[in-house]
Write a protein that binds this ligand. Sequence first.
Ligand SMILES: Cc1cc2nc3c(=O)[nH]c(=O)nc-3n(C[C@H](O)[C@H](O)[C@H](O)COP(=O)(O)OP(=O)(O)OC[C@H]3O[C@@H](n4cnc5c(N)ncnc54)[C@H](O)[C@@H]3O)c2cc1C
Ligand code: SF4
Ligand code: SF4
Length: 484
Amino acid sequence: MRNYFIKTKRAFTPIRQYAWIFTLTVAIGGLWYPRLGILVFGVIFALTAISLFKGRFWCGNYCAHGSLFDQLFLPFSRNQKIPGFLKSKYTQIAVMTWFMYNLGSKFYRVSQIWGTLQFWDRLGFVFVSSYLMVTVVGGLLGLIYTPRSWCQFCPMGTMQVLMYKLGKKLGWTKQHDQKITIEALEKCHKCGKCARVCPMQLVPYTEFSDKNQFDREACIRCITCVDNCPAKLLTLATADEAAAKLHHRDFRGYENRQRFLAVIKTVADLAPDIREFTLELVDPPTSSIQPGQYFLLRIQAQPEMFRAYSVSAKTSPGVVRVTVKRVQNGYGTSIIFESFTVGMEVVLEGPMGHELLLDPSARKILLIAGGIGITPFVPILQHLVETGTETTLVYGANTEGEFIFDDLLCSLATESSSITYIKVAANPSNSYKGRKGLVTDEIKRLTLKGYKVYMCGPKGMVEASTRLLLELGVSASDISAESA
Ligand SMILES: Cc1cc2nc3c(=O)[nH]c(=O)nc-3n(C[C@H](O)[C@H](O)[C@H](O)COP(=O)(O)OP(=O)(O)OC[C@H]3O[C@@H](n4cnc5c(N)ncnc54)[C@H](O)[C@@H]3O)c2cc1C
Ligand code: SF4
Ligand code: SF4
């Protein structure tokens, strides 16, 4: 079953990992020692002060209840969509009003015993009972919906938004307010991962401003989206830092990105979980694709979401061929495998990408592919056969049944003496006669002097191969990689 929302690490600092201890100390320890509740005055003071400069930064970075929800409740949460009414302004106003009334009346009653021995216990208990209530109600909502459900209408969150508005009016946020910032909109894959991991269920990639910032006041600056963006495009930055990024942004390889309407002309199964799609461009009818580039294929319209697929064959300018490997429980590949059929209209964006664009001055080229990472190297190799550039392709797969395009690659290597094709299987059957092992085993056997290296494959393979290449003396500037 595919789930839109993804559970992923949310605690990047020791405070976020362990602040929940404070919540339990006050909420449970306070039942025996109510004066612990007085510590909450410090919390309210700190979050109010910070929100004047940085919005809801407290919620994503220091909040002890937030830490409790993210650390202890996330593993057991159903992690489902938060119902609209919990997010609505009316709920926020109603809860805030009730909270102020409740707190105000309790303070009034406690003030009646000012000067007595009981005063401090009774004052502390006002906060102990609130902490306990938030733990129970927030915890239940966290289990039923998603851990940060309470945060949608938390009175402290609402108060921080009000203080933030005041801070903006006073000009105090300008230097300090760090917002989620995208390096270059042109490079965004519109994959939706930033939205799928967001604890607050926000949708940053559809809402970046023309200043490349995400302005939603509900954002708690937790950087979960930053950590999970597969294109590594996101940071937390002030307005000035964002302006500098916008000014210096590098979007080479993305200049020709545009939207296409296309029709699926053929669908072919290359292996049990690998399918090749031939797409005919309709509007506009042609595109200028360079070998090594990729297209984004739209998998759903609302919210609009795409998946990146490398162009896997050199074709005419009006045709794009992509090859998709099904990921177990993958959100996008499930949709593609279940509903993309011949004759269907699809939306594409591209061509994009500069990581695998060949350096025209390169005299010797090493291509390293892992699994489905072979796809961009098919048109690259077809191009290199034409130019006669000395090329070695090392292609690793888990089993021999997973080598796709093998016949084509063998025939290119036979046709051109400048191409060397090495394939290696990590876990082949006993009857397999070819090379066994990892791509790194094969790299060790090569003489690498003067080579430019291009890699594509799983993150682990790319990282291990990069380490090895650097150890073997290849300079970092001669290595380019893309993780599929
Ligand atoms: C530049 C580029 C080129 C690419 N080219 C190709 C190509 O040619 N062919 C190809 O097949 N792929 C290619 N990819 C990968 C492709 O874009 C998709 O990422 C891939 O198809 C998986 O999509 P998905 O939506 O099915 O998986 P997703 O649902 O996005 O899942 C991806 C991973 O996230 C994790 N995950 C997902 N859901 C959850 C959950 N609920 N809880 C915890 N973890 C979860 C899983 O580890 C899963 O493996 C390319 C990627 C890039 C960036
Ligand atoms: S996670 Fe995906 S959609 Fe979000 S900013 Fe990164 S590339 Fe764009
Ligand atoms: S948009 Fe990013 S920083 Fe803001 S709440 Fe969502 S995941 Fe956290």
